[in-house]
Write a protein that binds this ligand. Structure first.
Ligand code: PGA
Length: 250
């Protein structure tokens, strides 16, 4: 029997947005509106506003995550944030290997894998991002690229979440068709089972890239889509909550 996959996870990636006042206000609005939502909710603010957001969300149904962590638990790494620091600030998740970090900071699959090991060691659930560029998709290489990213970025015994985020869909308003999402998520599931055997079956696979209230129900209904990683639309409480309500069982 196929193991039960957990309820959908709707994760908000606030990226480098919102000063403390608006971040707290958004967290308050989300907490006030989260009642009755079946999906698991997560917000990932910038590390510096994480403690203020944590104070608002404490004891409620919305989990908290970081957007990156260092591979070392502490040490001489100016400007970096260690996984245990995220835990200390109230986080239970961390996004790793987002395409903006891979592109803007040159993060490699190997570094993402080391960060994933560090996150798991600290007790965080890593959300490891993969996804192809438009050129790679147009050249017919999307699954090959994602396959390499998965085998390079996920450590042995990986127990976390994978997010499929086609780079050309991030912040662009463009999304793959439901058939393209189904194909890629099916491929990712098969790869996870190939890499991790039975341990690959319950790994949640999120879709990310221009998820909005208007397309969320269709995207979240695609087989093997276990939730969404939401950027732009996670900055408005009404939009994020509408996406969460569109999740199956929501
Ligand atoms: P977007 O970003 O929803 O603004 O496209 C998604 C992401 O980068 O996680």
């Amino acid at each position: 029997m196929r193991p039960l996959i957990a309820r959908p996870l709707i994760a908000g990636n606030w990226k480098m947005n919102l000063l403390r006042g608006p971040a707290v206000a958004l967290a308050e609005a989300l907490r006030a509106g989260a009642g009755g939502i079946a999906a698991e909710l997560l917000v990932c603010p910038p590390a510096i506003t994480l403690p203020a957001v944590a104070a608002v969300l404490a004891g409620g149904p919305i989990a908290l995550g970081g957007q990156d962590c260092h591979m070392a638990p502490e040490g001489a790494h100016t400007g970096d944030i260690a996984a245990p620091m995220l835990v200390d600030a109230g986080a239970s998740y961390v996004i790793l290997g987002h395409s903006e970090r891979r592109q803007n900071h040159g993060e490699t699959d190997e570094q993402v894998r080391e960060k994933t090991v560090a996150a798991l060691a600290a007790g965080l659930v890593p959300i490891v991002c993969v996804g192809e560029t438009a050129e790679q998709r147009d050249a017919g290489n999307a699954t090959e690229v994602v396959g390499w990213q998965l085998s390079g970025s996920l450590p042995k015994g990986f127990a976390g979440v994978v997010a499929y985020e086609p780079i050309w869909a991030i912040g662009t308003g463009r999304t793959p068709s439901e058939a393209e999402v189904a194909d890629m998520h099916g491929f990712i599931r098969a790869e996870l089972e190939r890499q991790f055997g039975a341990g690959g079956a319950p790994i949640r696979i999120l879709y990310g890239g221009s998820v909005k209230p208007g397309n969320a129900a269709a995207l979240l209904a695609v087989p093997e889509v276990g939730g969404a990683l939401v950027g732009g639309a996670s900055l408005a409480a009404a939009d994020f909550l509408a996406i969460a309500r569109a999740a199956p069982g929501g």
